[in-house]
Write a protein that binds this ligand. Structure first.
Ligand code: FES
Ligand code: FES
Length: 172
């Protein structure tokens, strides 16, 4: 059903795969994906920073692409696979990038770190980054870089090197 055809308090059924689980949900046409995740589903790992698509704090992975969830309506997600920071570990084991963030002391504040990690995971899967400069460029949508930014690049570089996608460059 087109969104413009929906009025009042009517909700719309959607089916999504959320962190590997099939979910059938009733969502308001005006609800953003970010608010669906945080307020309705209590997946509060995804953070609301600017709520205007400018900071990257709300980044989730939708069908393999990193997306600012504050700019997405929940009704647009029907049939899609969504991964949040809560869905990255498998069977109690951290995702390699989460482990690399710990190893490299790449953490920023609690607001910025989940979006940085989701963005980094998708960047690695995209396979476009072949240099540290390209890692920086592809992470440019996650804007807060206080303190830990070189360590974030180190952590992403480590995982790309582990996967044979990148030759280790000299440390900066
Ligand atoms: S909260 Fe979505 S980009 Fe800032
Ligand atoms: S505001 Fe979160 S790391 Fe800067």
């Amino acid at each position: 059903m087109p969104v413009h055809a929906i009025v009042g308090t009517q909700t719309v059924p959607i089916e999504i795969t959320l962190n590997g689980d099939k979910r059938t949900l009733e969502v308001s046409p005006a609800t953003t994906l970010l608010d669906l995740l945080r307020h309705d589903l209590l997946l509060t790992g995804t953070k609301k920073g600017c709520d205007h698509g400018q900071c990257g704090a709300c980044t989730v992975i939708i069908d393999g692409q990193r997306i600012n969830s504050c700019l997405q309506l929940a009704v647009m997600q029907d049939g899609k696979a969504i991964t949040t920071i809560e869905g990255l570990s498998q069977g109690g084991a951290l995702h390699p990038l989460q482990a690399a963030f710990i190893e490299r002391d790449a953490f920023q504040c609690g607001y910025c770190t989940p979006g940085q990690i989701c963005s980094g995971v998708a960047l690695i899967e995209e396979g476009h980054a072949t240099t540290r400069e390209e890692i920086r460029e592809h992470m440019s949508g996650n804007i807060c870089r206080c303190g830990a930014y070189p360590n974030i690049v180190d952590a992403i570089e480590d995982v790309l090197v582990q996967r044979g996608q990148l030759m280790k460059e000299a440390a900066e």
